[in-house]
Design a protein around this ligand. Structure first.
Ligand code: AHR
Length: 490
């Protein structure tokens, strides 16, 4: 099969906000305890954080990490995770039927985030708590005043404020499973009042309102419209969450899921703009796709109720999952005019690119590499290209091009990067580029992720799926079912 990419430097989608390469650490399963934190591990630092895990996190160059949930946050008292560790209460954690020891809280997490070179996207509890507690947390984290919560932070050993800029107003409040689930009206009101107090305490913060938990929620679209109608003046972003799976083992359809993701993004942007028009405003609300990934392998796994850090949501990712993650990253890049933040959910052990063994090794899953290369090389200006190639129909009747691409140039580095996934299960694609405005561009690197076996996985003993450097030749060939990065210098 042949494909042609028509690329013109003048046809810009927009600047990529580096925060689209964010991730997520929730107090869930072994993400924190046994994941980033394990004081008894031989590779733990003085604060109990695993240095081997941190090194892998740093390879991903994650600029922002959402914390502490997820569903967890809707029953969480942030004060439980501050101050003297010996006095912290052990609590029932209802969202994941676990025991929360509170050994790690914001005091520790902000230290870890500094070491990971990441900002924090902090979520507040709008399930069992409300405006006052959220305001107090903003004071604890961000203020230098001589007042109760700022002084509490100082007493806990942190003279300087943490300076957390980005805050989520709750998590998935539309979901009936959520602790403190609300209707759009209820959430719209409480979130607006919470936002008001948080911004009165610190006017420099940015806020994210909860959108729908996923596209197929029965309240999707109406939820976004109603919530934004209440809160438009106070927030900067609305969230999107979406996970895909290959439950019916139909790889052709599974690889098409990012086309659906693209439609979801465009629908939410349209709703934001409809509310903007209704209110006769100039301000634009952007999108925070703060939970996305493949998630289905671990569904239904058994664990001991009320245990500490049970091994839950530990999906073992296949090679085809890495192709889907690659396509989802391309979709985020191609929507960078509206998607300003996104979080791969999650980062360690829980539906994650990085896995660990308690007391043992840390290793990377198949999805690690498309994320790493996108984060490292997908920064700059994204271009609107014209792609000429064959397409197929998915079972839900979407038109799916065989090749999914994004094109990003970085003027400072004088680099042009093409990310490309060949979705065909049978045919290689011969790709030609028609470049306008990049005189002298020369292909320097072709990185490929490929396996004959779509179900191949990485284990701690064997990294079966890892990127390979292709030889540079006149002809660019994208192997059947492969992920590729083409790096040009100009
Ligand atoms: O990321 C796992 C869970 O998925 C989160 O806790 C929740 O927000 C979502 O449903």
């Amino acid at each position: 099969m042949k494909a042609e990419l028509i690329i013109d430097k003048n046809f810009k989608i927009g600047e990529i906000d580096k925060r689209i390469y964010g991730s997520f650490i929730e107090h869930l399963g072994r993400a924190v305890y046994g994941g980033i934190y394990e004081p008894t591990h031989e590779k733990a630092d003085a604060n109990g954080f695993r240095k081997d895990v941190l090194e892998l996190v740093k390879k991903l160059n994650v600029p922002i990490v959402r914390y502490p949930g997820g569903n967890f946050v809707s029953g969480y008292n942030w004060e439980d995770g501050t101050g003297d560790k010996a006095k912290r209460p052990k609590k029932l954690e209802l969202a994941w039927a676990s025991t929360e020891t509170n050994e790690v809280g914001i005091d520790e997490f902000q230290e870890w985030a500094k070491q990971a070179n990441a900002e924090i996207m902090m979520a507040v509890n709008l399930g069992t708590r409300g405006p006052q507690d959220a305001q107090n947390l903003v004071e604890y984290c961000n203020l230098n005043t001589d007042t109760y919560y700022a002084n509490m932070r100082k007493k806990n050993g942190f003279k300087e404020p943490f300076g957390i800029k980005t805050w989520c107003l709750g998590n998935e409040m539309d979901g009936p499973w959520q602790i403190g689930h609300k209707t759009a009206e209820e959430y719209g009101r409480i979130a607006t009042e919470t936002a008001k107090l948080m911004k009165l305490a610190d006017p420099d913060i940015e806020l994210v309102a909860c959108g729908s938990s996923h596209y197929n929620m029965p309240t999707f679209a109406q939820w976004e419209f109603t919530v934004l109608d209440h809160i438009y003046d106070y927030v900067d972003y609305i969230s999107l969450h979406q996970y895909y799976g290959n439950q019916s083992d139909n790889t052709v359809d599974f690889l098409a899921r990012s086309v659906h993701m693209d439609a979801f993004i465009k629908s939410v942007a349209a709703i934001c703009d409809a509310v903007k028009a209704k209110k006769h405003l100039d301000k634009t609300i952007n999108l925070s796709f703060d939970e996305w990934n493949v998630w289905f392998h671990s569904n239904g796994a058994k664990f001991d109720k009320w245990s500490v850090a049970p091994a839950i949501l530990e999906d073992v990712y296949t090679f085809e999952d890495a192709l889907v993650v690659g396509c989802m990253l391309i979709t985020l890049q191609n929507n960078c005019d509206r998607v300003k933040m996104a979080c791969l959910a999650q980062l360690v052990n829980v539906i994650a690119p990085i896995m660990t063994e308690n007391g043992g090794a840390a290793w990377v899953q198949t999805i690690f590499y498309p994320f790493m290369y996108s984060s490292l090389n997908g920064r700059g200006t994204a271009l609107q290209t014209i792609t000429k190639c064959d397409s197929y129909k998915s079972t839900d009747n979407l038109t799916i091009p065989y090749i999914e691409t994004s094109v990003i140039y970085n003027e400072d580095k004088r680099e042009l990067t093409v990310f490309a996934v060949n979705r065909s299960l049978d045919e290689d694609i011969e790709l030609s580029l028609n470049l306008e405005g990049f005189e002298g561009a020369k292909l320097e690197e072709h990185i490929e992720l490929y396996s004959d076996n779509l179900k191949s996985i990485n284990t701690k003993e064997n990294e079966a799926i890892s990127p390979k450097k292709r030889e540079i030749t006149e002809k660019i060939t994208l192997k059947k079912h492969s992920w590729n990065m083409l790096l040009y210098k100009y």
